[in-house]
Design a binder for this molecule. Structure first.
Ligand SMILES: Nc1nc2c(ncn2[C@@H]2O[C@H](COP(=O)(O)OP(=O)(O)OP(=O)(O)O)[C@@H](O)[C@H]2O)c(=O)[nH]1
Ligand SMILES: [Mg+2]
Length: 450
């Protein structure tokens, strides 16, 4: 069941999770001194005050991705680049420095000028040889490259593990901007659309995930779990509609009258027979009404089921009034103290006014205790839309979702309760009498491996 949706959803979910991981921002640590350290571990951003030439530096082309490159390798890379690039950049920046700045930076600038003449000299100013792990911050490189390197190095040495602790903190707690979320949800949205999930339902899932990922911080290594968990919860909530145990209801009224309605070929007759069998097994007595007097062979079809199950069938001629057939079956149940009356009706589209008026009459005259809409899972959005329209036109109380065994998409199953606000009572899982299962949201979540 739902094999296609499961596959698509799982693929799209993986891609979505990966993108979320790639796009998540590391929040800024709160204290200032460590801020300087963390800057080294993040991708280098161009200094806001730097002249355009400085921003065009090759750094831009090779901007490292924080998630992919381990910090020590990144540092080494940046340091190597830095060694090649520091001197020319400093020369450019020196042009825009005012006199006072020039005065203050003189030792550094002189050092830079000296090094410009020689392509790769040893670092001129630091007391200790600067380890290659110490790439300076871009804007700070402009003014005080050697001092900055020294200060960071010292701080790093002083703080040791606490520095790495903060670094880890910054890289594991992630948040996502709403704009980025919108972009990366698209694949998941497409997977749901392809599987006939109703647009309103996709919107709900989207909002739930957005809320989860843009308003809460997550530990990055648990991100996949968090996304799956929220998706699971979101899908469960789609079934938060008032529901009931059919057997309990039946015990409260005698005869308990159930009408089966729906579009042509959705599985009304077959699933009514399956339910009759189930109720018999639970000890209820049953009578059936052949109120589909419209389709050729509909009465014979039901008669075969009645014979096989040993159930009394009330029938009239083809073309007779379906409301009268149902009425007779109820009268029979009353006189024989039968627990349940099951009324089969003809398939119809909501747009067929004559047949819809006939159905309204049957319901008005016989006042069933329960009107069950039998939806064919394989028809996806059409089944959901028909359920909505039947509910508007005649009112439905619950749903049987037939043919879930041959439905690879699952969109109708996911969407139908959310759209109609009516519970799915059973799902049809085959053509045999035992192929009717009580529905629980877990059935769906399990099928989707969520
Ligand atoms: N695989 C599978 N087939 C089903 C299921 N339920 C019904 N069917 C089949 O679907 C076909 C149509 O079923 P019916 O019960 O005749 O449908 P209906 O809604 O009564 O059809 P109309 O009376 O013509 O409107 C039959 O071949 C059934 O065996 C199910 O849960 N799984
Ligand atoms: Mg039928």
């Amino acid at each position: 069941m739902f094999g296609f949706l499961k596959k698509k959803l799982s693929g799209a979910l993986k891609a979505f999770t990966k993108k979320v991981e790639e796009e998540t921002q590391e929040p800024q640590p709160e204290t200032q001194p460590d801020e300087q350290h963390l800057e080294h571990e993040r991708p280098i951003k161009p200094a806001p005050t730097a002249p355009p030439q400085a921003q065009e530096s090759p750094r831009k082309k090779k901007r490292p991705k924080p998630e992919k490159t381990p910090p020590h390798k990144k540092q080494a890379k940046q340091a190597r680049k830095q060694a090649r690039q520091t001197e020319p950049k400093q020369e450019q920046h020196s042009i825009v420095l005012d006199k006072e700045q020039e005065q203050r930076k003189k030792p550094t600038l002189e050092a830079s000028q000296t090094t410009t003449a020689t392509p790769r000299p040893p670092p001129p100013t630091p007391k200790k040889p600067a380890p290659y792990e110490q790439p300076p911050k871009p804007q700070e490189t402009t003014s005080e490259p050697s001092q900055q390197t020294k200060s960071e190095q010292e701080l790093q040495e002083e703080k040791g593990t606490s520095f790495f602790g903060r670094l880890k903190e910054a890289f594991t707690h992630t948040t996502l901007s709403p704009e980025k979320f919108e972009n990366i949800f698209w694949d998941l949205e497409l997977a749901l659309l392809e599987n006939n999930v109703a647009v309103e339902v996709i919107e709900k899932i989207k909002n739930d995930l957005k809320d989860e990922l843009t308003n809460k911080k997550h530990v990055k290594r648990n991100l996949e779990q968090a996304i799956k968990q929220r998706l699971k919860q979101s899908i469960s909530e789609l079934f938060d509609v008032p529901t009931f145990q059919l057997e309990n209801k039946i015990k409260q009224k005698k005869p308990f009258i159930i009408t089966f309605i729906g579009v042509n070929g959705s599985g009304k007759t077959t699933n009514m027979a399956k339910l009759a069998h189930r109720l018999q097994q639970q000890g209820f007595s049953v009578v059936m009404a052949a109120a589909d007097t419209f389709r050729a062979a509909a009465i014979q079809q039901l008669e075969e089921h009645a014979t096989k199950l040993g159930i009394k069938l009330i029938k009239h001629e083809y073309g007779s009034d379906p409301a009268a057939v149902a009425y007779d079956a109820i009268a029979h149940a009353r006189s024989k103290k039968i627990d349940v009356v099951l009324i089969d009706t003809a398939g119809r589209l909501h747009s067929n006014d004559n047949l819809m008026n006939e159905l309204q009459k049957l319901i008005r005259v016989n006042k069933p205790d329960l009107t069950i809409f039998v939806a064919e899972a394989t028809t996806g959005n059409d089944a959901v839309e028909q359920a909505r329209l039947f509910n508007e036109r005649v009112g439905i109380d619950a749903i049987i979702l037939a043919k879930t065994d041959v439905d690879e998409k699952g969109g109708a199953a996911i969407s139908i309760s959310y759209i109609t606000k009516k519970p799915i009572l059973f799902i049809g899982t085959g053509q045999g009498y035992n192929d009717l299962q009580p529905f629980t949201p877990e059935t769906i979540l399990h099928s989707l491996e969520l």
